[in-house]
Every structure is written in C-alpha cells, then in structure tokens.
Ligand binder design. Structure first.
Ligand code: 4AD
Ligand code: MG
Length: 501
C-alpha cells in the first residue's frame, strides 16, 4: 500500500516516522499505555500507544480491538532488542481497516484437530508461519541447486497411463471413460528427457493412495527428482549429499530466527555437511540384529522412562499452579506449556510402548525384507548425520532399479535416512539400462509390458547408464524444523483418513 513500510524494513528506518499495515496479533493494556503486537506477513512489531498522544477516542477503540483486526499504525521506529523483531513503533496515529471479533484461534489451549480444521486461519499463527518461510527457502534452494549445476527443468505429467511405483497406491481418475492415474513419480518420464538434455529434474506434486496413517505419510506431497545420464551409484550419492547439505546451509542462512522460534536443533543442522555415512543394506541388517543395537534400545527405553517421569512431574506442578491464584498471562503461558507437555507425554508413552516391538522386529530381521519404518528409525537414531543405505534386495524394490551385475540378488539403489530417528527422505537408484533385463523385471512384477513400451524403448536407442532420486519436500522440512508431523509442513495437508479443508 502506498506510504506503508514493511515490518522487515523497520531496521532501515530507525528514528524515522513510518506507517505499517497489518493484523493485530496480541494486545495488552495498562490503562494509559497500550502494547499492540502487529504482524504484517514479513514480521512482528510491538506498537506502543500512549493515551496522551493519540487521544481518548482512538485509544479506546484500539484498546477494544479484537485479535486479527486489520489496521494501519503510524509512528516513529525505535530499536529495542527486547522487543519482538528488535524494533518498536511509538504510535502517533492508527486507522482501523476491518475490525475482527471472536477470532477462534486465541493464545489459549487448542488441540491439533481444532487447529487443522481451522487451517485457513491457523496459517497466520507463529509456528505455521515459521514453517511456511522455511518451506519457501527449501523450495528455492532446490531450484537454485539444480539450476546452478547445469540441470534442465523438464516437467513430468500429472495424469499417467501407468504405475510409476507400486500399483496399490494409485489414485484412479476417470479420463473421458478410460482410467488414468495421478502421478506417483515423474521419474519414468524424465528418464526420457535425460536422454535429451543429460541432466534434468522435475519438481511437482505427487500422489500416493497409501494406506499409511503415520506422521511421515501424506497422500499428496511434493517431490523433486533429478535424473542424470552417464552416472553411477557413487556419483548419485555424491550428488544427493551435496544437494541435501546445500538445502540445510540455505535454511541456516535464511531462517535462523524461524528455526529458533520453532525450537529446532540448529547444532544438528550445522553438522549436515558431506560426506554422509554410507552403509550397504547387508551392513544395516547386521547392525539391526547386533548386540549393540539391543543395548542401544535398552538404554533408550530407560531414557524414555526418565523423560516420562519428568514430564509427569512438570504437568502435576503446572496443574497445581493453575488451580491457585495467578496472573492471567501466567495462566495462558502455563496452558500453552501444558498442551506441549501433554503431547510430549503421549509421544513418549507411544515410544515406550513401541520400544519392545521395534527391538523384536530388529532382532528378528532377516535379509531380504525391505527396511520398515522402525528399522529405519533405529539406524537413523544411531547416527548424527544422514545415512545412505545402498544395495537393497532386488525382490524388495521397484522394477526399474538396476540389478547389480556383481551380485544379482541386489540392486544399485539407495535410501537416504535423515539422522536422529527421522528416517527416509530420499529414495533413488541407478536404472536398469538393459532392454531384456528391464522387460523381465516388468513381467516379474506383474506389470503389463505393453503399458511400458515407450519406457523400454529408451533402452533400445543408445541406452546409457543413468540414474536419479526423489526427495520428499515435506519430509525434509519436518526433519530440519524438528516438526513431529509432516502434516504441518504443507499448507493444506491431505492424509488417508483426514482432509481438513
Ligand atoms: O522412495 P520413493 O517412493 O521414490 C520414488 O518415487 C522414485 N521414483 C524417485 C526417483 O528415483 N526419482 O519416494 C521418494 C521420496 C521418499 O524418500 C520420501 O521423502 C517421499 O518421496 N515420499 C513421501 N513423502 C510424504 N508422504 C508419502 N506418502 C511419501 N512417499 C514418498
Ligand atoms: Mg522409498
């Protein structure tokens, strides 16, 4: 708006008069002074309104203004380290644009379901705002990395005539009377564009009708997929570790404040630099079934129990305080802490329940199965940097992965597991480039070769070693921000059992 200054620009306007335009986030009055916290999308700013300066009438209006009312405030900028955002406005005037009353999301207690079903408003709150800013950086870093490294963006279609991954997770669409499917991956199509441009990527929404209700699964998520002609497995791992490290570096550079607000583990992000750990699947299996892992899980159980006790104690303490006579702001602060504690309590209780189950699954793990969520979690908990797991059993993996010529039981693939228990963020492989072997894998997987003729064709006209991978954007954001559930990492999440708005 003409004549207004963004809050992010206040730093360049110290001691000058400005007008900011935004929404009322919070307000507090002490009779003659009013403290209004305004947010404008670029940041937050405390405005101090003195009755003596703005007059009784305006002061009265502002004092009773509801949360999320829109307004402009004029005043002089002051630097103040203690203030949210570091700058304050000594208000001289204000204009209410549109008043709001009974805004449903208050600083008080709200459960996740309530917040998610008010997602259209919830996105204005601090946590979603911080995550949204970080998502923006991640997406920008993804594009910048590939664009600066000679990759050509080639978009893949969203409507597909055949499966790109497993057939069970296809969303069918009626395409003028014949079935088509929402894309699960752009990989197959960009294997074709890689034969034109050499290094390509696609980046878009992908869909999986996965019957998984875990905190790591969405039915609609964003995936970026590079594909490179003339690359081998070591080359792919190097590309992936440089790529992920670049994203982490950018988030640290651009979003330290947001990471702090979210309580993310900044020191852990600083450790994300090449080289990452490298394990073969067989080594991972040996780790899972080892005494070391059994001991590790036992120790973890003891830690979880201790955490649970501490949380219980703190909850009891706060509940006691809430019953007594305390200031309103303290009550609200306690209520907010209690929400967090109760969700931490639920989480640690689940971990305690799951620990023996996961320990048994790990101990009984036999070579040949795909690694399950809990197995990945264990491996990733044992490392402080991302871990590549390579060379999975052929029978556990997709048809397009190249059979290792030196050991035909395994494929030349990798998963990248984010550390500290987060689990898989990337899946990738070298692609089967032999015409007959690919045909055989397609048939073995129960797929119809006629649906894949164009894809098999690529192995007929100048086939070359090539490969690529897919990185899930929401999983990456959840990992970097320390957000427990992936649904917080996309503006409007779609999950198997819930579509909120
Ligand atoms: O391991 P995936 O299934 O690999 C592929 O789709 C390959 N075609 C990619 C390629 O080689 N070009 O999926 C890749 C990544 C996973 O590691 C995960 O981060 C994310 O996509 N992902 C999901 N994210 C959220 N919800 C789901 N249901 C996801 N499924 C996969
Ligand atoms: Mg995978």
């Amino acid at each position: 708006m003409k004549g207004t200054t963004y809050i992010s620009e206040l730093k360049n306007n110290v001691s000058k008069p400005v007008t900011i335009a935004g929404w009322l986030y919070n307000s507090r009055s002490s009779g003659k002074l009013l403290f209004l916290i305004i947010r404008d999308g670029t940041g937050m700013c405390q405005c101090i309104v003195e009755k003596g300066k703005v007059g009784d009438e305006l002061f009265g209006k502002l004092e009773h203004l509801g949360q999320e009312s829109s307004l402009t405030i004029s005043g002089v900028v002051r630097a103040d380290e203690r203030s949210v955002g570091g700058y304050e406005l000594a208000a001289t005037d204000a204009k209410i644009i549109s008043p709001s009353s009974d805004y449903p999301i208050t600083p008080k207690e709200h459960g996740t379901d309530f917040l998610m079903s008010h997602r259209h408003l919830h996105l204005r709150s601090q946590r979603p705002w911080c995550i949204g800013k970080i998502r923006h950086t991640v997406v920008d870093a993804v594009r910048r990395f590939f664009n600066d490294n000679g990759f050509i963006l080639t978009d893949a279609p969203i409507l597909m005539s055949m499966a790109g991954e497993d057939q069970q997770s296809l969303f069918e669409v009626d395409y003028f009377g014949r079935p088509m499917y929402l894309t699960q991956t752009g990989q197959l199509h960009i294997e074709s564009t890689a034969m034109s441009f050499g290094k390509v990527y696609c980046f878009g929404p992908t869909f999986r009708a996965e019957k998984s209700k875990t905190r790591r699964h969405l039915t609609e998520f964003w995936m970026v997929e590079p594909e490179v002609a003339f690359i081998d497995l070591p080359g792919l791992l190097e590309l992936a570790e440089n790529f992920v490290s670049y994203i982490a570096k950018r988030v640290l550079e651009d979003n330290t404040k947001e990471l702090q607000t979210l309580g993310a583990n900044i020191d852990a992000i600083k450790k994300i630099v090449p080289p990452f750990y490298r394990l073969t699947y067989t080594e991972a299996v040996n780790i899972l079934t080892s005494d070391k892992t059994r001991k590790f899980l036992d120790e973890q159980l003891a830690q979880f129990n201790e955490q649970k006790n501490n949380i219980e104690k703190r909850i009891a303490e706060l509940e006691e305080q809430q019953k007594g006579k305390i200031k309103e702001w303290q009550k609200e602060k306690n209520a907010a802490e209690l929400i967090d504690l109760r969700s931490e309590f639920a989480e640690v209780t689940t971990k305690i329940e799951n620990n023996p189950k996961h320990a048994r699954l790990a101990a009984e793990f036999r070579w040949g199965k795909d690694l399950g969520g809990s197995d990945e979690t264990i491996i990733s908990q044992m490392h402080d940097k991302p871990v590549f797991v390579t060379h999975y059993p052929k029978d556990a993996k997709a048809f397009y992965m190249k059979t290792d010529r030196s050991n035909p039981k395994v494929v030349e693939n990798f998963d990248l597991l984010a550390p500290e228990g987060f689990g898989e963020i990337i899946g990738g492989s070298v692609r089967e480039d032999d015409y007959n072997m690919l045909l055989q894998r397609i048939t073995e997987d129960g797929l119809k070769p006629e649906n894949y003729q164009w894809y098999i064709d690529l192995r007929k006209y100048g086939s070359v070693p090539h490969g690529g991978f897919g990185l899930g954007i929401e999983r990456t954001i959840a990992w970097l921000t320390g957000e427990r559930h992936i649904r917080q990492c996309i503006p409007f999440p779609r999950m198997m059992d819930t579509v909120y708005i």
